[in-house]
Each structure stands twice: as C-alpha cells, then as structure tokens.
Design a protein. Structure first.
Length: 437
C-alpha cells in the first residue's frame, strides 16, 4: 500500500488517496501520516503516547482512522449553587479565563440564593421529508387521522424507551414552501428520557417513513432528527446583588449591553459565544454532542427571524441585576460516549445529576454565569485586562518558558500590556543571561 504517485521528473507527489486506511492498525496509520506530513520522531512519539484516561485502542473503537488521542484540560468550576444544591462543575476547554470567570460569577450569585432553573420534558423532534405530493393538504389530514397507528408503529421499534416512560408521544405535519415547491414535513415528537436520543429518534422516523410514503403517495427522502430542539428547553435565572457586581452603574452598563446584544446580530454572535464558552465546556466534559447543542443554540437565537441573544439582563426595583437564559439542551446521561468514555463517567459523577433534565439545567446555569462574567468585565474594565493576563501565560509557554518562569514572564508582559511572542522571548533571554542586562 502506498500514498505517493510518481511525477514526470521521477519525484514523488504525495496523495491522500489511501485505500484501506481504516483496516490498518494504529501504528501503521501513524507511520503513513508521519511520512506524508514529515513528522519528526518526537512528534510521532507524542501521537503514540498513551493517555492514562483513554488508551488509543479504546479510542480506535469510538471513531474511524484513529492515530492517537487529543487530551483537553479538564478543570472544575466552583461556587455553584443551583436550586439550593451545591455543585462542582467539570469543564473541558482550552481557553484561559473561562473556568475562573464562571467560578467568580457563581460566587456573586450565591449572595441572593444562587441560580434557579427549570426545563421542559426531554422531547426531541424527528423529521420525515416528503416531496411530489399532489395534494399536500389532503395528505396532511390523512396522516393526522392515522396518528395513533403511526405512533404505535414508531414505538414498536424501541420498547425499552417506552417501558422507561418515553417514546413517540405526538405527531405533527407541516407544509412548507421551498425553491423546489411545496414539501410535506412529518414530525415525530419523541420523549428520550435520559438519552440525547438521536439513535432512538432516527430509528423511529425510519420505521414510519414507508407508511408516510404510502399515505401521501409522495416520495420520502430525509428521515432524521432535528437539532433545533424547541421542545427540549433548559432555563436558568439569577439575581445578582448590585454591590457584588460593582454598583448600580455597572448594573446599568450590563443592562445596556444586554439590550445591544438583543438588537444587533453582530454583537449577539459574540454575546452568545461567551455563553457557549461555559455550555460547550460542560457538554464536552460529559462527552455529549457539543455540535448539536451549539447548532440548536444558534438556530434558537434566530427563531424570530433575526439572530439575537440567548440571555436577557434587567435591573429590578432594588437596583439589583436580574438575568435569565433559555436555550435548547439536547444532552443525555446515558447512551453515546457518556457511559463509554471513562472521564465522561467521572465528570457525570462529579456533577451528580440524577437525570438528563438536571444536567441540562446545570449547563444552562453555567452558560448564564459565563455570560455574566463576560458582561461584567466588558461593562467595567474591558475584556482584555483579565483575559490577557491569563493569555500571557500561554504566550510565555509558547516562547519557551517553563516552571516559575512562566508566571514571571506572564506577569511582566501583562503589566507592560505587551503580551507578544517577541517580548516573551526577550524576557526569557534576560532571565537566562542576567549578566547581559
């Protein structure tokens, strides 16, 4: 097996067309990648180094074409009180300041009782696309008349979920206008209980699809879950004492910033990114599908026709800050990698959530805390001061600092407001050669 093609001058032109790559062992795959990308022996060794928490052979059973594992820092956000219960929150993220910011915001929230949350039932939506339907309205009525039979058919394919109280609970039909003409969309509403539910939902819509084609005399194409989980929402709200956040002027500034994000999609994108810093870090730590959660969040932020903020901040009659958030939260505590990945199992144990709904509510509270921390920084000193002091450590490490030198170099750069690679290298050189100063 090769991956190089001969050129006219006798040289080799590398090709990524490799037949049977997936059949090879991890070491063989890694060797091919090393040769193709001209990796050094040290780089190959780093790829081959076993992780204490996830061995490459186990990873090889999770995804395709594995050559190694990529660890992420896993930290703990502290101080969270949610619905009167204290939580430690595992967060997997590479960005500095996120966990510290969430912990600080959670500490501010404790003065007024912490975060409060709620959620809807864990209902996911499965869609069946039907085209070439001559009379969509007539077909819609025919489907709705057979709703009970169709739901029964769907539930026959997941008796375990049904026995746990879940399963297909409702069916609805929509007629949509597209550039290809009218389409009929049949939607199954499935209670997934403590699973994220993609496999269950997809199995059910696959099972019902032939009946939909027969009833409508149309052509069924797509049968798949929707990641816009509008029936599976998590909400959180909090009261922040005006003095803990910095006084009424800061409260007013945060309220103004919230209004800005609600009205302007350019600001809303960054506002929501801050929320998702917290949300995705917890979703990743528990090995839930962060891509599904993020896609649902952005789509939900656009549900009224214009992209807007997921959270809202106001001032109450006492001058305190009041914040709330609502977003789709398709996460599970069973199924997928949540029970396969050893660190995900530990992360779930640390959180201690007894259900997927509780986990989703915790994640929503973390998102609101992260949002508060970002707005607090923006409304007062600006985002750079706190963020750059932490970023300076990464720059120092990249420049070659190690041990205590990392903090020393970072502190000097932050004070000088010169967080740059060239300055870091200068400081390292000065540290290593003090006689030349």
């Amino acid at each position: 097996m090769g991956y190089c093609n001969a050129t006219k001058d006798g040289g080799n032109l590398k090709s990524s067309e490799i037949s049977g790559f997936y059949k090879l062992g991890i070491n063989e795959r890694r060797k091919i990648v090393k040769d193709f990308s001209e990796l050094t022996d040290e780089e190959e060794w780093l790829l081959s180094s076993p992780s204490d928490s996830l061995a490459p052979d186990k990873a090889d059973r999770m995804i395709e074409n594995v050559i190694g594992v990529l660890p992420l820092p896993l930290g703990i956000a502290t101080n969270f009180k949610i619905n009167g219960k204290d939580y430690l929150i595992p967060m997997a993220i590479e960005e500095a300041s996120v966990i510290a910011a969430a912990s600080h915001a959670a500490k501010m929230a404790r003065l007024k009782g912490g975060f409060h949350t709620s959620s809807t039932e864990p209902i996911m939506i499965g869609q069946i696309q039907c085209v070439n339907v001559k009379d969509p309205l007539l077909a819609m009525n025919a489907i709705l008349q057979l709703k009970a039979a169709l739901l029964k058919r769907a539930n026959e394919f997941d008796p375990l979920l049904v026995s746990a109280g879940g399963g297909a609970k409702d069916l609805r039909v929509r007629i949509i206008e597209t550039k290809r003409g009218k389409m009929l969309v049949v939607e199954l509403l499935v209670d997934c209980r403590d699973a994220m539910g993609a496999n269950a939902v997809n199995t059910m819509v696959e099972a019902v699809a032939p009946e939909i084609a027969r009833i409508t005399k149309g052509r069924v194409i797509l049968r798949i879950i929707s990641n816009l989980a509008t029936e599976r929402l998590a909400r959180a709200w909090v009261i922040i004492d005006k003095n803990s956040v910095g006084g009424e002027l800061i409260v007013d500034n945060i309220v103004e910033a919230s209004a800005f994000a609600a009205a302007d999609p350019y600001r809303a994108a960054t506002h929501n990114k801050g929320i998702l810093n917290g949300v995705i870090a917890v979703v990743t730590a528990t090995c839930n599908d962060h891509r599904a959660v993020e896609a649902g969040a952005h789509a939900y932020a656009s549900r009224n026709g214009s992209y807007s903020s997921l959270s809202s901040w106001e001032k109450n009659s006492e001058g305190d800050l009041v914040g709330s958030i609502e977003m789709p939260m398709a996460v599970g505590t069973i199924g997928g990698l949540t029970k396969v990945h050893p660190i995900a199992r530990i992360a779930l144990k640390i959180i201690g959530a007894k259900s997927a709904r509780e986990l989703g509510e915790v994640i929503a509270a973390v998102g609101l805390a992260q949002n508060l921390a970002a707005l607090r920084a923006l409304a007062d000193e600006g985002i750079q001061r706190g963020h750059m002091s932490l970023h300076a450590r990464n720059v120092a490490i990249m420049a070659g600092a190690s041990g205590n030198m990392v903090d020393e170099v970072a502190e000097i750069m932050a004070k000088e407001n010169k967080v740059r690679m060239d300055r870091a290298k200068e400081l390292i050189q000065e540290h290593n050669n003090p006689e030349k100063q």
